[in-house]
Each structure stands twice: as C-alpha cells, then as structure tokens.
Ligand binder design. Structure first.
Ligand SMILES: Cc1cc2nc3c(=O)[nH]c(=O)nc-3n(C[C@H](O)[C@H](O)[C@H](O)COP(=O)(O)OP(=O)(O)OC[C@H]3O[C@@H](n4cnc5c(N)ncnc54)[C@H](O)[C@@H]3O)c2cc1C
Ligand SMILES: Cc1ncc(C[n+]2csc(CCOP(=O)(O)OP(=O)(O)O)c2C)c(N)n1
Ligand SMILES: [Mg+2]
Length: 570
C-alpha cells in the first residue's frame, strides 16, 4: 500500500498505541498536520512548544506510556530543547517529532532551518534525521523502542518536508527494529548476589536509598519486601517519593539537601547503603569525600555508567531493579537492626518542636501549611501533584506525604521552572480519572502560564495552586544564607493571578490566611473544570533543613528553635 511519509507517520504512531499528542503547527510540519486529520489520535494544541514537551513528559510520568510532542522546524524545534533536556535528566520516555526544511535545502540557511539533531545530540538518548519516506516507519519504531527500553529517555525524529510529502510502500513488518533497546547484556553474576546478601545479613545499621528507578521498574513491592524482611529503613530521593508509602513506619522521608535531619544523619552513620535505582546526585550526597564514610554500598541500577560514577560501591547489581530484587530476595537473611531503628526514632524527637505544623496560627499564611492542608484534603483520593521548581517544590516534598506511587511528578535533575502547569495538563490527559494539582511558584507560573489557555480549550480540569510569595523564593533563600541578604533580582511582581485566571475563563480564588485554605481547596475540588488558587503566602520564608551546596551531608542548617520564620518576627 502506497502512503505519504506523513501518512506513514500517523499509521506508525497508531500502531505504537499512541492516543494523544501535544503539538504546535508550522510550515515544515504541515504535511504531517494535514495527514493527522485522518487519524484517530487526539491532538492537544499547546501555546508554546516547551509546553508540548513538558505535557508529553507529564503524560509519560503519569501513565508509564511514551509521551509524544510535535513541532515545526527552526523556532518550533528549539523551543522544545528545555523540555527534552528535562526529560533526559529525569529518564522520562518521550518522542519528539519535528518538521525539517526540504532535504535539498539542508545546509543552505533555509527559512526556519536549524540543525535540531545536532542541537539535541547531548540531550536525547538518540535522534534521527529522516529524509526519505521509506525511513519513517523504521525511525518511529526504533524511537519508541529506545525511549522506553532500559533507562528511559527522550528520542527526537526530525523529518524533512519532502519526506513527509513523498510516497512509498508502507510495510510495518519490514521496519522491525534490529536494536536490543539498551538493556544491559547478561545478568549480574551469582557471586555478586551472594556478596550483596552477605552485606545485608551482616549489617546492623542499614538504609535503603530508593530512587526514581523503583518507579520506572515497578519494583515497589519488591523494595517493600526487602525493607520488611530486613527491618531496613527506607530513605527516598525527590524523584523516588511515592515508591514506598509515607505511612509505613520504616519510611524515613526524603534524603539530601532539603531532606529531614534524621534521614541525613542516618545515612552518615549507616554501616550499609542499599541504593535502588538512584544515581547519587549531588543534591543527595553533599560532599562526596565525607559521604556515608562508614557504610558499605550496594548499588542496583540498570545503567552501568551510573556504577561508581559519583560514589564508589562495594557490590553492583546491574539490571532492571525488579528483576534484580526478585533474584536477591530469596537468598536474603536479615541482620539485626532493632537498635538502629530505635536510634533513628530518637533522632526524630527534637524535630517535632521545630516543625511549623505544630505551631499555633499566628496570622501568617505559610506555604508549608497550604501544602499540608492540601495533603489532608486529597490524601484519600487518586491525586497526582505536579510541582514546579523552587521552595514550594521542597515544601511539597516535605509536607505532602505521598503514599502512592506515581503521585508526585516534578523536575528534579534539570530543575526546570515552568514545568508544572504543562506537565499537569499532560498528566491529566493521561489519567483523566485522577485529580491533578499543579503546585507552582509565582516565578515558574509566569514562565508557562500561557498553557492555561490549553487547559481551557481542551477542558482539562487541572487545579493550579500558585504559591505566591512575591519572590524567586529559592534564589532569595540562597541570597539570604550566602550573599548577606543582598536580594539581587529576586523580588518579583506579577499580575493579579485571580483576574488573570478569570480572563482565561478559569474559576479562581485568592487566599491570604490559614482558615481560607481548606474551603478554597474544597471549592476547587468541587468545581468541574480548571481552577486556580492564588495562595498569597509569607514572603521571606525559608526551607529548612538545608545542606549548603557541597557541604557535608550532616552539616545541615537546621530549623531555628523556637521557630523564627517571618521577616517581621526577626
Ligand atoms: C531545587 C531542587 C532541590 C532538590 N533537592 C533535593 C533533595 O534535597 N533531595 C533529593 O533527593 N533530590 C533533590 N533534588 C532532585 C535532584 O536534583 C535529583 O533530580 C534527584 O535526586 C534524582 O533522583 P534519582 O536518582 O532517584 O532519579 P533519576 O535522576 O531519575 O535517576 C534514576 C536512576 O534509576 C536508574 N533506573 C532507571 N530505570 C531503572 C530500572 N528499571 N531498574 C534499575 N534502575 C533504573 C537510572 O539509571 C538512574 O540511575 C532537588 C532538585 C531541585 C530542582
Ligand atoms: C528555567 C529556570 N530558570 C532559573 C532557575 C533558577 N531558579 C531555581 S528556583 C528559582 C526561583 C523560583 O521562584 P518561584 O517560581 O517563585 O518559586 P519559589 O521558590 O518562590 O517557591 C529560580 C529562579 C530555574 N530553576 N529554572
Ligand atoms: Mg515565588
């Protein structure tokens, strides 16, 4: 059967099981858009191509399926770069399709020509420049295989306009990829499993470090079995949150720069770290020279290049985490960690008095209160929280106690402001039955707020909680601690977010005090459509604890006690 390259593209996307794409048209991708009208795949028209990539990313993280974004050549393609890098850093499987100028024009500085395969080479798992219709099917099939296989990530397919327009025989079967898809060859040796089991049996002060790989692998019950069998406490990375229930007594919470003090102290005093699908990011380890000095280390990860990259380990088990744990669990003998668990519990003791949640309402509205109240209101429902980047992101990690996997979506590795609103739209598209909240700072919101129009046009009932502190808060916090409170370019004005949302046709509420939080959240939940709440919170509030960048993990700046949180109180 003869089809155009553009028609082949849609037939292949359909065969790959794609139901939704996020995109924005333009000249070089017009043939593909024209052919789209004959496809059952639904298209979401975004307002900026960065939004399309974050939507595809949010879609992927919420559903486990590959997210797809579409753009034209030149500026359309370059607008995707931030979203592609975001997906790359956090191992999120997306396929981005861009139009390219005609193959005979390549290299001539043609209108809207940009070398997008060159630009995205370091931020994709792989990319393709397709110049003939005959190569479209293979490129699409390989792209989907590569995006989801092994350690997931983004793949880009750049298709010239003439390759979209010309026709050829469409043969799906002949385009079968011959790649292995990035899985590590072979399994860990029997001796390595035995060595890991021996370390676990000997340990008296073990900690499991559970990362994003637990969620990617779907190894939640195996990690829980490891923890329960060995009575081993579990600390999570930011991207691992939700992989082990917050309510499980063995859950310690988040590790690292803004992890709770007892978590980081436990890691520093541990005699064994069992790293499960996490990559020892510098936000997690602090100073590598003094990181967990007395601990033996076991690292289970699918990507061999992560082993010994930042932290030298004693035993490495390379492979899919779930498969590795299924093999390890039957040969495990638990060590005795009772004293250790009691010791960690005692570390938690002095934290409660410092915690803002335990203080009476002093008339100020704190972001931590907003997040905690949001958690109380939504904890029993199928809720996904998508955060932006900054102080609100850290408070979310600390005060929204995630019990369910895949219930937090956030940009960790690249830390991309502007991620939350579009990623929430993508998550809602992927999981329409879930309640989806975007928790976003007033700075990041202003970067991609145009996507509210997308939510309205597509009638996607996301709930947006703007944590409005009038500052680029996280940067202001660094200036407070490390630059003598010289607030260069961090005070931030914005529009009246309530009026702005109303102008988009979105129901909106403003909240300035704590008693207003729960009614506003309930009203947002009851409303059948997108809602925005403008939470006007304390301006100069601080995320505690904090490990200064590069400092020893135990050298945290702790919460003051009694708590001093407001500029007015100082
Ligand atoms: C403002 C800000 C502050 C931050 N503060 C903190 C903080 O305090 N604490 C913190 O933890 N993070 C923090 N982060 C996030 C941090 O930068 C990293 O993004 C995060 O720590 C990475 O977590 P991860 O290693 O679990 O996930 P990823 O970076 O996604 O790595 C996943 C790992 O799992 C592996 N993997 C993938 N699939 C599989 C599989 N099937 N089987 C086995 N392994 C697999 C991958 O190879 C990779 O090594 C912060 C980010 C920002 C923006
Ligand atoms: C695209 C981008 N630019 C700059 C930064 C650096 N940065 C990190 S956090 C932050 C402040 C975020 O401010 P806001 O969105 O208001 O959130 P808050 O910290 O106040 O909660 C900035 C500027 C970034 N992470 N991403
Ligand atoms: Mg702010």
């Amino acid at each position: 059967m003869k089809l155009t390259g553009a028609q082949i593209l849609w037939r292949c996307l359909e065969r790959e099981g794609v139901t939704d794409v996020f995109g924005y048209p333009g000249g070089a991708i017009l043939p593909a858009y024209d052919a789209m009208l004959d496809s059952p795949i639904r298209h979401v028209l975004v307002r900026h191509e960065q939004g399309a990539t974050h939507m595809a990313d949010g879609y992927a993280r919420a559903s486990g399926r590959v997210g797809v974004a579409l753009a034209t050549s030149g500026p359309g393609a370059t607008n995707m770069v931030t979203g592609i890098a975001t997906a790359m850093m956090d191992s999120s499987p997306i396929v981005c399709i861009t139009g390219q100028v005609g193959s005979r024009l390549i290299g001539s500085d043609a209108f809207q020509e940009v070398d997008i395969t060159g630009i995205t080479l370091p931020i994709t798992k792989h990319n393709y420049l397709v110049t003939r219709p005959d190569d479209v099917a293979r490129a699409v099939r390989e792209a989907f295989l590569i995006a989801r296989a092994g350690r997931p990530g983004p793949v880009l397919i750049d298709i010239t306009k003439d390759a979209q327009q010309a026709s050829c025989e469409f043969d799906w079967d002949a385009a079968l990829p011959s790649l292995h898809g990035g899985r590590p060859s072979g399994r860990p040796a029997r001796a390595d499993f035995a060595a890991a089991a021996a370390l676990i049996a000997q340990a008296r002060r073990p900690v499991i470090l559970a990362g994003h790989g637990v969620l990617v692998s779907g190894a939640m019950s195996e990690v829980a079995a490891l923890a329960t069998r060995g009575n081993i406490p579990v600390a999570m990375t930011l991207l691992g949150i939700g992989c082990f229930p917050a309510t499980n007594p063995l859950n310690l919470g988040m590790m690292g720069m803004h992890g709770e003090a007892w978590v980081n102290v436990a890691i520093q005093e541990a005699d064994l770290l069992i790293a499960c699908g996490m990559r020892f990011d510098d936000r997690v380890t602090g100073n590598l020279k003094t990181y967990a000095p007395r601990a033996k280390k076991i690292h289970m990860d699918i990507d061999p290049s992560e082993i010994n990259k930042n932290v030298p380990v004693d035993v490495a088990l390379v492979g899919d985490l779930r498969e590795v744990l299924v093999e390890l669990l039957p040969i495990l003998d638990a060590g005795d960690s009772r004293e250790w668990i009691e010791y960690i519990a005692s570390l938690k003791g002095d934290v409660a008095v410092r915690d803002i949640q335990t203080l009476p309402d002093d008339g100020h509205l704190y972001a931590a209160h907003v997040i905690n109240d949001l958690w109380r209101a939504t904890r029993d429902t199928d809720t996904i929280v998508v955060t932006d980047v900054g102080q609100h992101q850290m408070w979310e990690a600390q005060y929204y106690h995630h019990d369910k996997p895949y219930s937090l979506i956030t940009s960790g590795g690249l830390g991309t402001m502007g991620f939350a609103v579009p990623a929430a739209i993508g998550a809602k598209r992927a999981r329409p039955e879930a309640e989806v909240w975007a928790v976003v700072g007033d700075g990041g919101f202003q970067m991609t707020m145009c996507e509210l129009a997308t939510a309205v046009q597509e009638n996607l009932a996301i709930k947006v909680a703007v944590i409005n502190n009038g500052f680029l808060g996280m940067v202001r916090q660094w200036q407070e601690f490390f630059y003598e409170r010289r607030y260069a370019a961090t005070p931030l004005s914005g529009p009246d977010f309530v009026k702005l949302a109303e102008a988009f046709g979105i129901h909106a509420i403003g909240v300035s005090n704590r008693p207003g939080v729960v009614p506003a959240v309930n009203s947002a939940r009851a409303h059948d459509g997108p809602v925005l709440i403008d939470f006007r919170v304390e301006q100069e509030d601080t995320v505690y604890p904090m490990v200064p960048a590069g400092a020893d993990l135990h050298a945290m700046i702790r919460r003051p006690s009694p708590i001093v949180e407001t500029a007015a109180d100082v």
